[in-house]
Design a protein around this ligand. Structure first.
Ligand code: HEM
Length: 404
């Protein structure tokens, strides 16, 4: 059950549209959560969506890309301070930098930016590609079909992430299990997964304090702000965020992209015959199959196009809605792999713009390049149907592809 409608919300502004519960958003076979999200553009630019968080809270929902950008670029009015992860454990420390507002946000962001720079990502390119090749070669010799998420997208993205953190691949399955339970499990599974992730990060931080290794966690435990080492909760906030931010998102993007190419042979042929188009096509696929819904908390009362947003209200900026805005994109529901000037917000806008976007892009591009160059023309396996879901991060499962 969600919250009741707050007294200040006019009844005529309440909608039962939700990124969690509307038709197409639940876990369904052959669903189209992006198409379902796009339909809100037929309605008003702002409404109150009941049950629009995992816990069933109501949020204001702004549909237009330009209005979402205003929210995301105004952290004084729309704060990111929520302690979502820690609250599952009865604590209240923030994920860093995600749940910090300026000026603290900028201090941590400057500390972390160099680790995710384009130059740093370029240095990882060869090993990211090597991981992709190892996995797809195994798939291509072992038969004429596979389940993309389990066999390719998840092991590939988790492998890259572990390599980034400087960890061996052997605990891959355990990490994937934690990430899944945290993002999609019920309340009990979520808090058990949160505890496991936290224990793991705490242990890793303690180890790197004793035995520095020149990896990401060593950087974090040795980093200084204002001539002091980071506090324990700050190390946790950074470690845990990195653990959860890059796992599901990249795998989901690869899954939606391969599902699109399986269903659209013309697009698949185009990228096969002209692989140099994959870079541009990736931007269109990121736009059309955006996966992240962001939430902000109003810090003061503010009226917006008749919506009386009150201090403490949640405001949702859903990338999958902004990126199908007809005022911003011509024929937004047409997926045109040659679309140019594609100013999408799949990686957000404003100060919290995705720190890992360069890494994510390279992973997706390399993943598609290696898949297409190793696997012949593929389609959704007859008699199977991919399962999709909406929520805070849209996703796809049971994507069984076959080829001959
Ligand atoms: C396709 C893949 C990805 C998508 C669509 C995505 C999307 C986003 C979005 C929309 C935000 C803003 C969240 C908010 O403001 O509430 C964000 C923030 C963030 N992302 Fe990503 N992300 C992806 C991959 C990654 C990867 C691979 C990493 C790191 C390894 C990463 C690390 C982060 C971090 C640390 C933040 C917080 C930035 C800040 O608060 O300043 N992301 N991401």
């Amino acid at each position: 059950m969600g919250d009741p409608i707050p007294d200040h919300v006019p009844r005529e502004m309440v909608s039962d549209f939700s990124l969690f519960t509307s038709p197409g958003m639940q876990r369904v076979s052959n669903g189209d959560p992006h198409g379902a999200a796009a339909r809100v553009h037929a309605g008003p630019p702002v409404f109150y969506s009941l049950h629009n968080t995992r816990d069933g809270r109501g949020t204001w929902l702004r549909t237009r890309a330009k209005d979402q950008r205003k929210v995301l670029q105004d952290p004084d009015t729309f704060s990111s301070n929520r302690s979502i992860f820690a609250s599952a454990l009865g604590d209240d420390w923030p994920l860093i930098p995600l749940e910090l507002d300026p000026p603290a946000h900028g201090i941590f962001r400057s500390l972390l930016n160099p680790l995710f720079s384009p130059k740093r990502v370029m240095a990882l390119e060869a090993s990211i590609r090597a991981q992709a090749i190892t996995i797809v070669e195994k798939i291509s010799v072992s038969g004429k079909s596979c389940e993309v998420m389990k066999d390719f997208a998840i092991p590939f993205t988790v492998g890259v992430f572990l390599q980034f953190l400087g960890l061996p691949n052997e605990r891959l399955d355990v990490f994937v299990g934690w990430a899944k339970a945290l993002l999609h499990g019920d309340k009990v599974q979520r808090s058990a997964a949160a505890r496991s992730i936290l224990e793991f990060i705490d242990e890793l931080a303690a180890l790197r304090r004793k035995e520095p290794a020149g990896d990401f966690m060593t950087f974090v435990v040795q980093a200084q702000i204002d001539s002091r080492l980071l506090a324990e909760n700050e190390v946790r906030g950074i470690g845990v965020l990195l653990f959860v931010a890059g796992l599901d998102t990249v795998a989901a993007a690869i899954g939606f992209d391969l599902a699109h190419l399986a269903r659209n042979p013309k697009d698949q042929n185009l990228l096969r015959s002209e692989p140099e188009r994959i870079v541009l096509a990736t931007e269109e696929l990121l736009r059309a199959y955006s996966t992240v819904q962001m939430i902000r908390v109003a810090t003061k009362d503010i009226d917006f196009e008749g919506a009386p947003i009150r201090k403490g209200d949640y405001v949702c900026c859903a990338t999958m809605i902004a990126n199908r805005d007809p005022a911003e994109f011509e024929d937004p529901n047409v997926i045109d792999l040659a679309r140019e000037d594609n100013c999408h917000t799949a990686f957000a806008a404003g100060p919290h713009r995705c720190l890992g976007s360069h890494l994510a892009r390279r992973e997706i591009i390399i993943g598609l390049e290696e898949w297409l160059s190793h696997i012949p023309h593929f389609r959704i396996k007859e008699g199977t149907a991919p399962i999709t879901h909406g929520g805070h991060v849209f996703g796809i499962e049971n994507l069984v592809l076959e080829w001959s």
